[in-house]
Write a protein that binds this ligand. Structure first.
Ligand SMILES: C[S@@+](CC[C@H](N)C(=O)[O-])C[C@H]1O[C@@H](n2cnc3c(N)ncnc32)[C@H](O)[C@@H]1O
Length: 319
């Protein structure tokens, strides 16, 4: 049996709460590595018959803590990671320091990740026009409007089925009329860039901070003959980008969207649109306020489960 191990880097004080979150999200077991467990151990302190233990000879964390949850194959973990990150971040509301809150996943044992996928990933019409098709499935469109996005998801986020992605697929469908210049920030699997191209966008630049995502996006774009010509590169948000796009689309956590708001504004032409999701319910008012403070007009907001997606526009007459 293969498992996906989700590791959260946190603090000693938060290990119990993080263990609870991982278990609540479906982990069947957790493992805790806590530097605090070793702080009070001194060479020679233990042993019944005079033998002693040297803690420095036992590999352990020097600071903080890591909690690893083991998830069975029937839970698709990459799309759980933002929720886990959000829930751990919220521990500060309860007076617990979440620490670094770095969340990562890896498949343990030797079965390939793709095989895990193939069990429960099947063609799915996610919007009026867009259907996600796993690369290994044969599928024929049901009608002329239907456009197919072929994906081999690998480890990058973006199967098209998560509410945050669907909100952005719907938003792209609403705003693309033809030939727009689109920037896709946090492209993950590349799903939004592929969708934008199929819907008629012109030039597309896609960026992600994570090399795994960049490689996955390139592979997925190559699977879609009608989505060629997209530039994919490593970049944090729009750092160092100076351009005038028609659309900036980003499905990233609210904390990351906040610094992107100014960057999106300056990189959009007047009248351009900022499509944004990844916004959990209790962060929606913060993002609305920050968008308005920047000068954006919020044209549309949709909610799917606990997640919000917004379409904001830069005024044509910029004051
Ligand atoms: C929730 S996923 C979205 C993937 C895909 N666009 C979708 O909608 O399904 C967020 C992506 O943003 C990337 N990311 C996180 N912080 C970033 C940053 N500062 N700059 C660029 N990309 C970032 C992550 O690596 C991840 O691939």
């Amino acid at each position: 049996m293969d498992w996906t191990a989700v590791k959260v880097i946190t603090t000693s004080e938060a290990v119990e709460a993080v263990s609870y979150i991982l278990t609540d999200e479906g982990a069947q077991g957790v493992q805790i590595e806590d530097a605090a467990d070793f702080q009070d151990l001194h060479k020679g302190k233990y042993g019944n018959r005079g033998e002693f233990i040297d803690p420095s000879s036992i590999p352990h964390r020097q600071s903080g803590a890591a909690v690893t949850g083991y998830f069975p194959q029937d839970i698709f973990v990459p799309e759980l990671l933002p929720t886990i990150h959000q829930r751990v971040a919220k521990l500060s509301d309860y007076g617990l320091n979440p620490g670094e809150n770095k969340v990562s996943a890896e498949v343990v044992d030797n079965q390939k990740w793709a095989t895990v996928w193939q069990k429960y990933y099947h063609p799915l019409r996610v919007t009026n026009q867009l259907t996600i098709v796993p690369q290994w499935e044969a599928y024929h469109p049901e009608d002329q409007r239907e456009k197919l996005i072929y994906l081999d998801p690998g480890m990058a986020f973006g199967t098209g089925t998560h509410p945050t992605t669907r909100l952005m697929l719907e938003a792209l469908e609403k705003v693309i009329t033809g030939n727009e210049y689109v920037i896709d920030v946090g492209t993950g699997s590349g799903v939004l860039s592929i969708a934008a191209k199929l819907l008629g966008a012109g030039k597309i630049d896609a960026y992600d901070i994570d090399e795994v995502a960049v490689n996955s996006a390139k592979k997925n774009l190559a699977l879609n003959p009608d989505a060629q010509g997209v530039h994919v590169g490593i970049n944090s948000l729009l750092d160092g980008i100076h351009t005038q796009a028609d659309i900036v689309v980003a499905n990233i956590l609210a904390e990351v969207i906040v610094p992107l708001i100014l960057q999106a504004y300056v990189n959009l032409r007047p009248g351009g649109k900022f499509l944004v999701s990844g916004i959990i319910d209790d962060k929606a008012s913060l993002i609305r306020r920050k968008l308005r403070e920047q000068g954006f007009i919020i044209e549309d907001e949709q909610q799917m489960k606990d997640w919000h997606g917004m379409i904001a526009s830069k005024p044509i007459e910029v004051k």
